[in-house]
Design a protein around this ligand. Structure first.
Ligand code: AHR
Length: 867
């Protein structure tokens, strides 16, 4: 009641917020600050500022420079900041409120101490739906609460009391008072160079406006460097002579570094799983494709996708009346009216590839619905009508049964399809129609495509993070990746839409991921949603698993640890044993969250999960998350949470320009060693147009020398994304491209492979003296020396991103003897080259030897066993 009176009181003093700001100005050394959001780009350009000493001549801190952007809404469409309102409270904190859109009845709030670095945003719902415009916020010092008001329609507005501690409303009384005019009085319209805009004028200390200008200038300065590309090297380095370098390795100055540094991050993006690494050859084998998989974009995407009728006098429909499993509700109903080889045909993923002489397992769930019980013929055919092989299944029963056989291919083919042909007139129900090569990676049934798995194994990854990325937290709560849905018999696994716009069968599920890790000697690193879905997906940014259901979700995470590590007799360990792996998988790491928006909803759930795992399984290292960038609100707030809770490791992500990598090699040098360790879970160098080429690969090689140097704080690192199927790619660049029959590793892949194959667990400090110490030159030359304790080998990595060679003298005293045999691997070419491969040779070296690093090159010397 008292609060309601307060609301009314504050409403009457409509200009309170503006007047109160005056009191904070540092007069006479003060200036006017105008805060606004331009209407360009449908209001997505964020908060801007202009300043003026006299309130008449205004100077934009721009052009279109964004001090804070809105985080609300899915990729692409939303993320708008409309009519921001800024005010400062007596504690020196700035508060900004703004409208998000015209439909949702939500406002946004964020706070900042300096207007440059902003705290997490909150998006309280103030009305059921509809416009809530021109929000304003004013502070009541007595109650330490905010009065938030907004305009509903042109003549009414509404208010609520808002707490910035809980970032939520304390009271909301629908008042709908007709005081719109007062609210608008606090805004001004100015004609700036960029156009006419409406915003809020405040009076601030001049230093405050100067700080904003400095922030913009610093950003511009950095951006210029980050935009440096090899295409302008001819100008940048005109006249540059070969550089001379003396590199000295100090054997005594060494430190232990992570022995898990280089791994892979597998996400089902770009058809990496179904149609990719998962060796199943039939597309939509379970008839569960659904329009929603493509977010409604592809009208042809339904239960019949990739299936068609072959032959005459037959019909093919989809039914759901008596499915083989509730998780797999759709099945095909095929009626054949005469014996004429009519059947149901599947075209695979852009055709089925067969290899002459190889055997393929066929499996079909079927039941005879009508007519004489007959057999099914399974035939592999080509477009020209060639038959590549066929096999008959046993006579069908009237109940669902699984029928299996083997077909041997009599020829190589890339265009094959599979046809299921009933041998009797009648109606049959069909589901889970599978064609699987017997030759999979390590010959596991339901296994992985050999060539792709071998390409990954060749990198010698020390860990595999799976199943995503965005796939892990999913598009909305319903779409979160739930590991329990991905184990057990294939027909009982729960398929679901893949957030990248296609379908996940879950045929490649947790068991298969863990098995792959074991096969290649990599640590499994499953990532589970932190109880919140992907903030950028079309559904559910504001969602989080309801707190009343979080107990069950926490248990689900704990169950995973039991499933992976528990005794074969334990509830979940038993399921692992039933799947064929009685021995524990020895899981050590669990990721919780994926570059989530750090919100209160996130924090509450993450903390629950983290504490539960820590208490029940102190042996497990939980990997937390600190947002999608190398700086900014989520990064700062994510790190704060990690430090507060003592999270042992956090997952950092950044996709950056080669220039960023060139100029940020000291990024981890500055990290506090007493805080959480880092898993650099996603990174890649991105150029305009997003190619993979020698330039991106060398930038990554250069940056990785600094990651190795900081291997005491960075425990793991993985390039992203890993796999991409040609013609089905949602994201570029990727590490390995492929089609049905070929694997096409990129230049960047070879860099990762060289690091993976030449990892060490001890870092040996080296000094590098250059004949040219210009920033642009010295930042393009890097060295890293590590030692692998198992083999005793010393590995020297040298990167030269200059267009000229670097004539180096390497001093490896104590590390090399006269007889040292060295494997030299050199990757070099033109920066735009996309098809390079490293060249390997054996050479003899002495403790002091000269080596001329070619321009644009990455060299690895592996010195065997001489310590
Ligand atoms: O690697 C591709 C995507 O990038 C991942 O799914 C996500 O985590 C990041 O935004």
């Amino acid at each position: 009641m008292i609060r309601h009176k307060l609301v009314a009181l504050l409403l009457l003093s409509g200009a309170l917020a503006f007047n109160s700001v005056d009191a904070f100005a540092d007069a006479p050394d003060s200036t006017y600050l105008f805060s606004y959001a331009s209407t360009k780009n449908a209001g997505r350009n964020g908060l801007h500022f202009a300043w003026s000493t006299d309130g008449k001549q205004w100077n934009e801190i721009g052009p279109e420079y964004r001090f804070v952007g809105c985080d609300y809404g899915p990729w692409g469409a939303e993320k708008r900041m409309l009519a921001p309102y800024l005010t400062k409270t007596a504690d020196g904190l700035w508060h900004c409120v703004w409208s998000l859109n015209e439909k949702e009845g939500r406002l946004a709030h964020a706070a900042s101490a300096d207007l440059v670095n902003w705290k997490r945003q909150s998006y309280p719902k103030v009305m059921e739906e509809g416009n809530c415009l021109y929000p304003e916020i004013s502070y009541n010092q007595a109650t330490k609460e905010f009065l938030l008001s907004w305009l509903i329609a042109t003549a009414t507005n509404d208010t609520a009391i808002f707490s910035t501690t809980t970032r939520d409303f304390i009271t909301y009384t629908p008042t709908k008072k007709a005081i719109a005019a007062i609210r608008m009085n606090n805004r001004a319209s100015l004609a700036l160079a960029g156009g006419s805009v409406t915003g809020v004028i405040t009076k601030v200390a001049k230093s405050e406006a100067d700080r904003l200008k400095d922030a913009r200038d610093l950003n511009d300065y950095r951006q210029q460097k980050y935009d440096e590309r090899t295409e302008s090297d001819a100008v940048r380095f005109a006249g540059l002579q070969p550089v001379e370098a003396t590199i000295t390795v100090d054997k005594k100055e060494s430190k232990t570094i992570s022995d898990l540094l280089v791994g892979v991050f597998f996400e089902d993006i770009n058809y990496a799983a179904d149609g990719g690494l998962y060796a199943e050859l039939i597309q939509n084998r379970d008839f569960e494709y659904d329009l929603s998989d493509t977010q409604g974009r592809d009208r042809s995407w339904n239960s019949k996708k990739a299936w068609s009728l072959k032959g005459e006098n037959a019909t093919f429909t989809i039914d759901t009346v008596t499915p083989i499993h509730p998780n797999n509700p759709h099945y095909a109903v095929l009626s054949v009216k005469e014996k004429n080889d009519a059947g149901l045909e599947n075209s695979g993923y852009d055709g089925i590839v067969l290899k002459k002489g190889e055997s393929y397992d066929v499996s079909v769930f079927a039941r005879q619905l009508e007519g004489k019980k007959g057999k099914l013929l399974v035939r592999l055919t080509g477009k020209s009508g060639a038959v590549y092989g066929e096999s008959q299944l046993l006579t069908l029963s009237s109940n669902w049964k699984q029928y299996k056989s083997v077909v041997k291919a009599n020829a190589d083919a890339t265009d094959a399809s599979l046809v299921v042909i009933p041998q009797e007139v009648g109606t049959v129900a069909l589901d889970m129609i599978s064609l699987f090569p017997q030759k999979t990676f390590k010959n596991h049934p339901n296994g992985l495509r050999t060539d792709l798995a071998e390409t990954l194994a060749a990198m010698h990854p020390r860990f595999v993070r799976f199943p995503g990325g965005c796939v892990a937290h999913g598009s909305g709560l319903e779409n979160m990746y739930r590991w329990k849905n991905t184990i057990g018999p294939l027909e009982s696994r729960k398929p679901q839409p893949n957030l990248w716009g296609y379908h996940q069968t879950a045929g490649l599920g947790y068991f298969e991921y863990f098995q792959f890790c074991e096969d290649i000697g990599a640590e499994p690193l499953p990532v589970l949603a932190a109880g919140v879905p992907c903030q950028n997906s079309h559904e559910g940014q504001q969602g989080g698993i309801p707190m009343c259901d979080m107990g069950d979700y926490v248990q689900e995470v704990l169950d995973l640890i039991e499933w992976a590590n528990g005794d074969a007799k334990s509830t979940w360990g038993k399921k692992r044993a039933e799947a064929g792996h009685p021995k524990p998988f020895n899981l050590k790491y669990v990721g919780v969250g994926n570059e989530d928006l750090i919100s209160d909803i996130f924090e509450e759930r993450f903390e629950m999960l983290f504490k539960a795992v820590k208490e029940k399984h102190p042996e497990i290292t939980v990997v937390g998350t600190v947002g999608p960038f190398y700086e900014g609100t989520d990064y700062e707030e994510g790190w704060d949470i990690a430090s507060r809770l003592g999270v042992p490791m956090v997952d950092e992500h950044y996709y950056v320009s080669p220039g960023w990598m060139i100029y940020n090699q000291d990024y981890y040098d500055k990290y506090d060693r007493s805080k959480s360790k880092v898993y650099l879970g996603e990174y890649a160098a991105h150029l305009p147009g997003r190619p993979n080429n020698l330039e991106t690969a060398l930038a990554e090689a250069l940056y990785l020398t600094s990651v190795e140097r900081n291997g005491d704080v960075v425990s793991m690192a993985s390039y992203a994304p890993l796999l991409a199927k040609e013609g089905h790619t949602q994201w570029n660049p990727d590490l390995i491209y492929f089609n049905n029959s070929e694997v096409k590793p990129t230049v960047d892949y070879y860099v990762q492979k060289l690091y993976g194959q030449n990892a060490g667990d001890t870092y040996l400090t080296s000094q590098i003296k250059l004949s040219n110490n210009k920033e642009q030159v010295k930042n393009r030359i890097a060295v890293s020396v590590v030692q692998d304790s198992k083999s005793g080998d010393v590995i020297v990595k040298l990167v030269n991103m200059l267009p000229v060679s670097v004539k180096s003298t390497l001093n490896l005293e104590g590390l090399v003897s006269e007889s040292s045999t060295v494997t030299k691997t050199l990757l070099t070419g033109s920066p735009a080259d996309k098809k390079l491969q490293p060249q390997v040779s054996e050479i003899k070296i002495t403790a002091n030897f000269d080596y001329e690093m070619p321009g644009y090159s990455f060299t690895v010397f592996r010195i065997s066993n001489k310590l």
